[in-house]
Design a protein around this ligand. Sequence first.
Ligand code: WTA
Length: 650
Amino acid sequence: MTQNTGAFEALLQEDRTYPPPAEFVANANIADPAVYEEARRDPEAFWARFAGELDWFKPWDTVLDWSDAPFAKWFVGGKLNAAYNCIDRHLDGPRKNKAAIIWEGEPGDWQVYTYRDLYREVCKFANGLKSLGVEKGDRVTLYLPMVPELAIAMLACARIGAPHSIVFGGFSAESLRDRIEDSQSKVMITADGGWRRGGIIPLKQSADASIEGETPVEKVVVVKRTGHDVPIVEGRDVWWHDLVADQPLNCEPEQMDSEDMLFMLYTSGTTGKPKGIVHTTGGYMTGTYATSKWIFDLKEDDVYWCTADIGWVTGHSYIIYGPLSNGATTVMYEGSPDYPDRDRFWAIVEKYACTICYTAPTAIRTFMRWGEEYPNRHDMSSLRLLGSVGEPINPEAWVWYWQHIGGGRCPVVDTWWQTETGAVMISPLPGITTLKPGSATQPFPGIDAAILDEQGNEIGPGGGGYLVVRKPWPSMLRGIYGDPERFVQQYWSNYEGIYFTSDGAKLDEESYFWLLGRVDDVINVSAHRISTMEVESALVDNLKVAEAACIGRTHEVKGQAIVAFVTLKDQVAGSDDVIAELKQHVAGKIGSMARPDDIYFAAELPKTRSGKIMRRLLRDVAEGRALGDTTTLADPAVVEMLKEQYGDED
Ligand code: WTA
C-alpha cells in the first residue's frame, strides 16, 4: 500500500512512552481528557466555543451547513476580519506594546514589531494596495523572502479582503507564472532579493521573468531587502517604501463573510498541475486559533518560533494566523540554519529566549548528523515545548530532539496535517497525551479521523490502511480554485462523503495513529510536497529526453529523495554532463527543491501491458533492493530481468 511499510514495521516496535511532565500539566491550557468525549458528543458546539473566542462584527446564524456536501459552510451568516482578529483586538489592553513579531534576518539584523507597530504597518500597506486599485475579492500574489513585509502584506490583504496567493521564494519563474495565471492576480509583491547562506536569491529577476509577455499582473510592489541593483519597470513597478510613505495610519477592516476566501495556496497533487487550495475566513481562523492555543499551549509570555517558510501552509497557519490570533509573540527567521555556522537556530533560541520551537523532521535529522556540539554551545533552558511537522518523524530523531534540544524536559508534539486541512488534525495535547516517539498520537478533539481499508471498512487497533476524515471540520479546504470537479474527484470520491487524505496510517493497540507517508504519486522531500508528474513533465520538456519516470526513495535526512529514470532520444548518449544538465533543467523549471538526487538512464522504462510505468519496480531499483549498488541502468536486459523478477502488475 505504501512505499515505506518495511521501515515502519520497525517503527511500530517502538515502545518508549513519555507521559506529560507534572509541571506542564499543572499549567497547561488544557489538561482535562474529558474534552475528547465532549467534542465527540457535539463537535459543532465544540468548534463554536472556539469561534466565539474570536471577534465577530456579526455573529453567525448556523454553525455548519453541510447540505451541499462536500462543499461545507461554517459559521454561516457571520462576519469577521482575519487581520482584525490578529491585530486590532489585541490593541485595547496590555498587549498593545507586546512584541507581535520578532524578526531576524540572515545577516544578523533584527527587528521587533509590537502589535501597535504591526497595526500601523499593515494599515499603511493596506491603503497602499487600495491605491493600486486592489479591491475586495482581487487576488494578490506574494513572492517574497522571509522578511517582515511578507507578514505585513498578508495581513494587509486580509484586511481589505483581497485573498493572498503566496508562492514560496524557492519556486522558479515558470512555476510562479503558472500560479499567477491560474489565480489571475493583478498585483504581485516581491523583493529585490533575499539572503540565503550569505548569497542573494534574485527574486526580482524571477518575478520579472514570470510576467514577461501576456500576464494579468498590472502592478509589482518591490521590497528593498538586499539593496543590489535591480531593473525597475516604469509605470509597473513601485518600491514598497515609496508606496507606504504617505499612506494614512488607519485602514478600516473589510467586514468579510465567514465563507469569503481568505487565501489560496498552491500545492502539488497527483497530476502535474498544482492545485490552488482555497481557505475561507471564519472556519480557517477558528481552526488555527484553536489548535495553536491547545497544541502549542500558547501563553502570554511565550516566545514561539515556527521555523517554516511562510510560503508553505505551516507558515500561514502557525507563524501568522494561529499565533497572532492568540496574541502571541511569533519569531520569523529569514535564512539558513547553517549560516554563519551550524548553531544558528540555537543562537536564535538563546537570543530571544524562545519557549516553543516547531520544526520539521528533516531539519532535526540534519542537526542530529551535525552533532550535539552545536546546541550545546547555547543556553536553551527557555524552551518548554517542541513541535514537529511535515513528514513522519522517526523515533531516533524524535528522541534526539527531545533529549538534545528539549533537554529532556519539553514535550514533543508531532503534528499531522495538510495544506488542505488548514490546521493540525492529529497531534498530542501536551498537557494530556502520553507521547510515543514516531506517533502523531490522537486526532485533535472534534476531528473524526479514521483508517479504512479499500472497501471502506474501518480498521481497528493493530491494523493499517488509508487515513480519512469522516466529519467536516472548520478549517477544511473549501475547494480547488476554479476547479470544483477536481475537488470532488480528488478528495471525496474514494469514499462517499468522506475526506480522503492520500496518506497511509496504522493504529496501534492503544489506538495511537502512526503515519506511513503518501499513497499517491506525491513525494515528500525535506517536508516539501512534490508531484512525480511535475518532475516528469519538467524532464521531458528537455530536448534530450524521450521519456521519464520519477519515484521517491528513502533518504536518511530528507525523508525521501527524487530519483528519475530517463530514456534519452536516440542520438543522445547518457553522460555525467547530461545528468547535470537535466538536474539543472528541473531546478530551473520548478525550483531547486525539485532537483532530482539521482538520474538513471534506461533504454526503456519498465511498463505494464497497459502502458503504466511500474513505479514499485523502479523504487526497488533505486533503493538497491533488486540490483545492489547500481548507479546507472543502461541495459534493457536489466529491465527485462527486473520484469521477470517482479512480474507485470496491472
Ligand atoms: C505529510 C504540511 C507524518 C503527509 C503541514 C501529508 C506528515 C503531507 C506529518 C502534507 C506528520 C505532514 N507525520 N506525515 N506529522 N505532517 N505530513 O500539504 O504525507 O505540505 O499528506 O502540509 O505531509 O503536506 P503539506
